[in-house]
Unconditional design. Structure first.
Length: 309
């Protein structure tokens, strides 16, 4: 919440200008609390957002830190690949083997973002930092969406990498040789099965209706697109996926794991990012474990067939 390129800022949630004084900010917070409170007919999700926004800007120190990190101050952080805004906190050195990985998670969407943000800024304009949050915030939604999805793919890649040497993952896999936008963000192979994974950040809460994601921020048919791409790769590689997973930010889904049953014969689940490792270790309902010679055979077929976007 609030850290995505697509997210409304804390000031937008509170319906107040970023340069409002402390008294105006406090009045705006109280007004938004009354408007969004579930007991008075408000939206519970918005009510939570209002409280979280106040936590971020409700004191001078918190507000100064938020402004620096979200492009409202003079020393803002960045959405660049090595930026602290999205990089996970430092952890003790871990010498355990990591999952075998191929491809560049988020790479295609980052390249598209850089191309389009420069086109949008205008010919001849030099962007000192194309990831400056102040710049990102003003960009068209379709441009911000590319960056948000790249960040989501990179976050998933870190989680899968930590699963260990029993897993193999391919990132940014082409599902249509003529259209790079038709792809699988990740293919994950491990003892619990073979999974087609899509990493999304839609910039707001979503829910499921009739086997598809819906919500104010949802465009297209993400689940149908994921299943279609998985089926295309399954045909070309002569493999069978155990399931398809859509991974979303924890704050944007009503349940950490929502198994939807089968869509066109493929088990599908909507998974909060924080629950992804659990799902990939245990599998989804109805999925068949893979081991021994079969695991080796599936990996070999994918290695021979996979093309990256």
């Amino acid at each position: 919440m609030f850290d995505s390129p697509l997210s409304a800022s804390a000031y937008e949630v509170l319906a107040v200008a970023p340069d409002a004084d402390d008294d105006t900010l406090r009045k705006a917070y109280r007004r938004r609390l009354r408007q969004s409170h579930p007991d008075t007919g408000g939206d519970a999700a918005v009510f939570v957002q209002v409280q979280r926004a106040w936590e971020l800007v409700g004191t001078p120190d918190a507000r100064a830190a938020y402004d620096r990190g979200h492009g409202f101050g003079a020393a803002a952080t960045s959405f660049a690949p090595d930026a602290p805004l999205w990089r996970p906190p430092d952890r003790p050195a871990d010498t355990r083997p990591r999952a075998r990985s191929f491809g560049h998670p988020g790479g295609w969407r980052r390249e598209r973002y850089l191309t389009l943000i420069r086109e949008w800024a205008g010919r001849g304009v030099t962007l000192e930092d194309p990831y400056d949050p102040a710049l990102v915030r003003t960009a068209p939604r379709e441009v911000k969406r590319l960056l948000a999805d790249a960040l989501a793919e990179e976050a998933t890649a870190r989680i899968v990498g930590d699963l260990g040497m029993g897993y193999t993952v391919w990132h940014d896999v082409a599902a249509d040789r003529h259209d790079p936008e038709v792809k699988l963000d990740h293919i994950v192979l491990g003892p619990s099965g073979l999974y087609a994974v899509r990493s999304d950040d839609l910039g707001g809460p979503v829910r499921v209706r009739r086997g598809e994601l819906i919500g104010d921020s949802v465009g297209g048919a993400p689940i149908a697109e994921l299943v279609r791409s998985a089926r295309a790769i399954a045909r070309s590689a002569r493999v069978k996926f155990s399931g398809a997973l859509i991974v979303l930010p924890d704050d944007d889904v009503p349940a950490a794991i929502d198994e939807l049953g089968k869509v066109r014969g493929l088990p599908v689940a909507v998974v909060a990012r924080g629950a992804l490792a659990t799902v990939l270790r245990r599998g989804v309902t109805g999925a068949r474990d893979i081991g021994g010679n079969e695991l080796f055979d599936v990996r070999t077929r994918l290695q021979q067939t996979v093309r990256f976007v």
